[in-house]
Design a protein around this ligand. Sequence first.
Ligand code: UDP
Length: 239
Amino acid sequence: TADGTTFNRVMLKISGEALMGDQGFGLHPPTVERIAREVKTVHDMGVEICMVIGGGNIFRGLQGSAQGMERTTADYMGMLATVMNALAMQSALEGLKIHTRVISAITMNEVAEPYIRRRAVRHLEKKRVCIFAAGTGNPYFTTDTAATLRANEMACEAIFKGTKVDGVYDKDPVKHADAKRYETVTFDEVLQKHLGVMDASAIALARDNNLPIIVFSLDEPGGFKGILAGKGTYTRVEG
Ligand code: UDP
């Protein structure tokens, strides 16, 4: 495109926690709006955008089951949490005049479209942002796996994982001043060294389909657009 990106279609994965701002829980609308503006800058470049948003700011299945809840029920609650986040993001994007569809892996026709692959592809071709909600629709999975699955199905060229730090480090950069950031790292290294980019099933699914994961910071204003144009610091997971 004119803005210098080689990407035509991408997946943006963000955690639910990215939407809670400085609060300890839930949704912080100004933060949702800020991320929506990041998405808009990339949308304005003509890039087709898929999104998956986690649910950890509201509910995580593992937490529920640790407190005695039946695991699959707790996981369904986590999936429903992702739908709330998706709707909040849709509202913010529509506030910026970006056509957006929430597509749910669990049918709830009054709230979101059901997932039909060809229909989703069509939305992307029409430059509508597609937010894939309710994870994979299955318990025992995460939204990282959902992002990888949908990115493969939609033929995205890469997954952009927006986090609090600007890449993948050999140890937690928040706790260790001497932590080193990788420019690139292989999927196998991520798995062997437990680098915590995404969970192991998501990493394996990306590896087996040659889908690169680009880890970058969502806290830098204009970060998403810059990364797509190859600027700024990030880690590319591939190979
Ligand atoms: N979840 C699930 N299947 C999926 C995706 C998510 O069961 O395919 C549930 C799971 O309980 C998870 C919760 O939804 O803990 C929220 O998703 P996740 O933890 O991935 O959110 P994030 O950490 O990215 O905010």
